[in-house]
Design a protein around this ligand. Structure first.
Ligand code: SF4
Ligand code: SF4
Length: 243
């Protein structure tokens, strides 16, 4: 998921200077998990902005698991709040930048609405874990190397992104020379290969990483899912788990 933190409130206020009528839009995905755009976070932001003299004309509070960046779901909420969006001076997006831009595009291209939009969060990139601690594991490089590196990504775990063994600065205790708090990526890879009884793979020479696949912005076209069918499956699975 896309880890994110709240921007300082002063920065948000700065964006909204001169704007009176505000619509807030949260996100039921990552932003709910990171307390940056869940339903309670939208209410909290509304209270803080009202104290600063803003008029909150709309609160688009997405339920958990409804992703702002997934337009087949979020567009239903945008349509429901069309009148409020039309009358506002600005929209504050309590999502990641991906969610903001997805909504901006939909409003302009599908609903014919052009409004100033501002982010309330700073996105930090892919992270995994939870419920409290999350760790960056992947930078979406476009050419996954995990099949060659024992399932540990040196592009993320090594500050130098080295693909063919350690830099020579690894500390005697196996920590990274750049960050003594972390194990060297290549020590982690060695230890995992050892557990897998595959240490012979450690000395294989890997081809240079193809950074051309990192070129942005990327586009991807897929076969759309059947949203109602998938939500039905989720409901059944949750019920079976007693949730
Ligand atoms: S090589 Fe690393 S950064 Fe690239 S896709 Fe795989 S895990 Fe992500
Ligand atoms: S010590 Fe290991 S993780 Fe740190 S920079 Fe060198 S190779 Fe990369």
């Amino acid at each position: 998921m896309n880890a994110q933190v709240r921007k300082p409130f002063e920065e948000v206020l700065g964006y909204l200077e001169g704007k009176k009528k505000i619509v807030l839009m949260g996100c039921g995905g990552c932003a709910t998990i990171f307390h940056t755009g869940g339903q309670e976070d939208v209410e909290e932001m509304a209270g803080k902005l009202e104290k600063e003299g803003k008029e909150i004309v709309g609160k688009i509070k997405m339920p958990f698991a409804v992703f702002t960046c997934y337009l087949p779901m979020s567009s239903m909420f945008l349509k429901e709040h069309k009148d409020e969006i039309e009358q506002c001076d600005a929209i504050l997006m309590q999502s990641c930048g991906d969610g903001l831009q997805a909504v901006r595009g939909y409003l302009e291209e599908e609903m014919g609405i052009v409004k100033p939009m501002y982010p309330s969060n700073d996105a930090l990139g892919f992270s995994s874990g939870g419920p409290a601690k999350f760790r960056e594991e992947c930078q979406a490089c476009g050419e996954c190397e995990l099949g060659k590196t024992a399932g540990i990504c040196p592009l993320v775990q090594c500050p130098k992104g080295l693909m063919n063994g350690p830099c020579g600065g690894t500390r005697p205790d196996g920590k990274c020379e750049v960050d003594p708090e972390k194990d060297c990526a290549w020590v982690q890879i060695y230890r995992r290969l050892e557990k897998l009884n595959s240490l012979n793979e450690y000395s294989q020479i890997l081809e240079p990483h193809d950074w051309s696949k990192q070129t942005r912005p990327r586009m991807l076209e897929i076969e759309p899912i059947d949203l109602h069918e998938k939500l039905g499956e989720t409901k059944k699975t949750l019920e079976a788990l007693g949730i």
